[in-house]
Design a protein around this ligand. Structure first.
Ligand code: FAD
Length: 473
């Protein structure tokens, strides 16, 4: 193994924290000669993860859970000893607001793709013409160039028609990316659907085959279906807190913004901090958004067209109510909204139902989202203005007329990276540019190979593996 390496990790969100944790683990458990400095610009670790605890409520300002089938996050949670705190979401009916009405999402719809004909035929969400157009998917041929990246909108509009896309698929997908589906890359956001078309031609038939048989599904014999999402009963910030406790305190700098990154003639890098301090090391993990990386490195490293559309700004509005505020308590977990609706909110989670641990008995916790691609001004209005706009929508949709007992508006400016067509190809070019111009600098985090928490964790693991691998040469 080569001689000792010092790694500088820029950014203390989940990506940077994970990288620090796994580097430290390698050093302590496997004797790998590596040390690190984790540098976070703000006074708080966690980045977009932030939990508020108030009056028995557990309120997530940013992410509230993660997709359980992506194992990296669960493995991290197990590694830090928080497995006992893992909880699965309560399942229930979810709705789409379309034509001023909440429609149950038809049973069997997988990300909006119908797999059961009965509920699809009966739903009032689509017109007869819309349903007929969607069923053309059963006979339409495959795309001519299945390997070529196209937009998510283009792909689904061709197979299922505009109505199914606008009333169901777009509202569901934009909840994850807050983006314009006619620009989002299919390959980088939902490659599984591209694979289904390649293998089965029809999405409807193909998705049907990918569904587990009733007998294979856990808990379906009279028991409730298990949710697909996981979170910590103690709030996601408890993971950040635990990671901070486990990391060597001398290796973590908070409130130290990196302003410059200098390549040293002698090899390695020097990181310049706003405070005037500088730190030298052999390699760097850039666990910040791509925009920060572009600012810190020379212009030639940037890839034309990569993240050409700035990340979308969104805000979450968490509101606590007494149960009596719900005049009609709709049984379910929340709703998404078709873009054609004249609402400010884009979605609403009935958090007290989806995650009962978050809310004391006889109380209600709602979390609404505002801000979407091409419509972000609302995010920059005052808390009071945002709240009033949200309450107006909730009055019309759910009949709520009470003021919340308390509320929190959380703004996340330029927070949702837009993976546009050819994202994957641009990401590969960026990595080639880094290898050529900045060897030993690794990019990780939400800007590259997935925005979800497990994707960020996996990208940090990959950066650590690359460093360890090089050390072993
Ligand atoms: P960040 O959390 O953005 O961390 C980057 C860190 O770098 C920040 O702390 C920042 O201060 C620091 N930094 C930046 N520049 C510098 C500098 N120059 N010097 C030093 N430090 C710097 N994902 C899910 O899986 N499930 C969800 O339910 C979910 N919901 C979401 C809801 C919202 C409202 C948002 C905004 C995102 C959501 N996501 C969700 C996505 C997920 O939260 C993020 O993709 C993930 O947290 C990003 O982590 P990160 O460490 O890569 O980046």
């Amino acid at each position: 193994m080569s001689q000792h390496q010092h790694v500088m990790i820029i950014g203390g969100g989940i990506t940077g924290l994970t990288a620090a944790f796994y580097l430290q683990k390698e050093a302590k458990e496997n004797g790998v000669p590596v040390t690190y400095t984790l540098i976070e610009g703000s006074e708080r670790l966690g980045g977009k993860i932030e939990t508020i605890y108030r009056d028995g409520f557990t309120i997530e300002r940013g992410p509230d859970s993660y997709l359980g089938r992506k194992k990296s996050m669960t493995t991290l949670i197990e590694n830090v000893g928080l497995k006992e705190q893992l909880v699965t979401n309560e399942t229930g009916q979810a709705y789409v607001l379309s034509g001023g009405k909440l429609h149950p999402i038809p049973e069997g719809a997988v990300m909006g793709i119908p797999t059961k004909m009965g509920p699809f035929v009966k739903t009032g969400l689509f017109s007869l013409g819309g349903k007929a157009r969607a069923s053309l998917d059963l006979v339409l041929p495959r795309r001519a160039e299945p390997e070529k990246d196209i937009s998510v909108g283009h792909f689904f509009r061709r197979r299922l028609g505009n109505e199914v896309v606008e009333n169901l698929i777009e509202p569901l997908l934009s909840g994850i990316y807050a983006g314009n589906i006619d620009r989002l890359s299919l390959q980088s956001t939902f490659p599984q659907f591209q694979d289904v078309e390649r293998k089965s031609r029809s999405l409807i038939l193909g998705m049907k085959h990918t569904l587990p048989k009733p007998s294979d599904r856990p808990g379906t014999y009279g028991k409730k279906k298990k949710g697909q999402f996981l979170t910590l009963s103690t709030g996601l910030s408890s993971l950040v807190k635990r990671l901070e406790e486990l990391l060597d305190a001398d290796s973590v700098l908070k409130g130290e913004k990196v302003t410059e990154l200098v390549k040293l003639a002698s090899g390695g890098y020097s990181v310049e901090l706003e405070s005037g301090r500088s730190i030298q090391g052999d390699s760097v993990i850039m666990a910040t958004p791509y925009t920060t990386m572009k600012e810190l490195l020379s212009e030639e490293v940037a890839v034309e067209g990569f993240h050409a559309t700035p990340s979308t700004s969104v805000a979450t509005v968490a509101m606590a109510f007494d149960q009596s505020a719900l005049k009609k308590d709709i049984n379910g977990t929340g709703f998404v909204i078709s873009r054609k609706e004249p609402t400010t909110i884009t979605a609403c989670t009935w958090t007290h139902r989806k995650w009962p641990h978050t809310t004391p008995d006889h109380q209600v916790l709602l979390r609404c989202y505002v801000g979407r691609a091409n419509d972000q001004e609302i995010v920059f209005q005052s808390d009071e203005e945002i709240l009033q706009a949200v309450l107006e929508d909730l009055k019309n949709i759910m009949g709520i007329t009470d003021q919340p007992t308390f509320y929190y508006v959380s703004r996340w400016v330029k927070s949702m990276p837009q993976y546009e067509v050819d994202h994957k190809q641009h990401w590969e070019t960026l990595q080639e540019n880094l290898t050529k111009q900045y060897p030993d600098i690794y990019a990780a985090g939400a800007s590259y190979e997935g925005v979800g928490l497990p994707d960020c964790v996996a990208s940090a693991e990959k950066a650590v593996e690359n460093i360890i691998q090089k050390l072993r040469l």
